[in-house]
Design a protein around this ligand. Sequence first.
Ligand code: HEC
Length: 283
Amino acid sequence: MTEIPEHLLKRSRERRAAIGKGGDEGDNAPAAGESAQTPAPSAATPATQPAAAPPAGPPPRTVAPEPAAPPPPQPDPPYVVAAKRRKRIPFWAMATLSLMPIWAFIYVRSVTDTPEVAEGPLGLGEEIYSNCASCHGGDGGGGVGYAFSGGEVLLSYPQIEDQIRYVYYGTEGYNATGVEVPGNPDRPGGPHVTGALGVMPAFGGQLTPYQIIGVVCHERYTLGGADPTSEEFADEFATWCSEDSPVFEAVQSGTYDYTNESLGEMADFDITPVGPVPIEGSP
Ligand code: HEC
């Protein structure tokens, strides 16, 4: 048993007296009797004894925050427990995972970009043709200018050199030199006389020689329907329009060295396979 301090006992007695309890205790009567007395000492004590302060001190402590404690001990809900127990993604895996979108992008491209893109003269020619489509039609069906499709352009230009030359010099180039038939003089229904339909712009200064070769290949093989495997066009295709066309390659790299028998001396030029001036076309 520990000793209960006197002042605590006294306070207990006072409390009991205050709530009218403690009839069972013998000292309660005296306590009640004292109660008349106690105020006096307590009134006196402030002056003489600061011991009155302790009784005042403890009460606040009885209002300690303990009652507020009960709420906290709530257990974590199951999903929180599960979340805490779950394994985290290792930090090194984050780098890998962050690349997933890029992989997805590469994968989708590799799957969707399979349609083969033509290389060489035909691939280039298809791009360059955007300069021609407004007058000749996107599919070469014609418009302001002649049609290329359905073999039309092949009837006009059996020789690819003549067609390249015409695109290079245009209507004005031919008119200036008095050459009237740039292509096939024996064309069914009569030759295409330069200037008869309108003005075909000269592309010599606007496009490079190899771009002109490319777009002419596009007009003949892709739009005009020439068959690169046919006896008629196999040689031409291999020389001018195939992926490893030696002429296209030479012109593109600036090492072109081509001699056109019919030009004789004049064949000594270095700009394009077309020659330094417009000349009459061949059947
Ligand atoms: C501004 C309109 C216009 C544009 C752009 C144009 N052409 Fe023409 N093209 C014509 C006209 C008009 C003719 C007929 C010219 C004539 O009567 O002398 C023609 C004729 C031709 C011919 C001769 C066809 C034949 O059957 O006789 C060829 C080949 C040709 N163009 C190729 C091209 C190419 C290649 C391009 C693009 C690099 C091009 N054209 C862009 C208007 C155009």
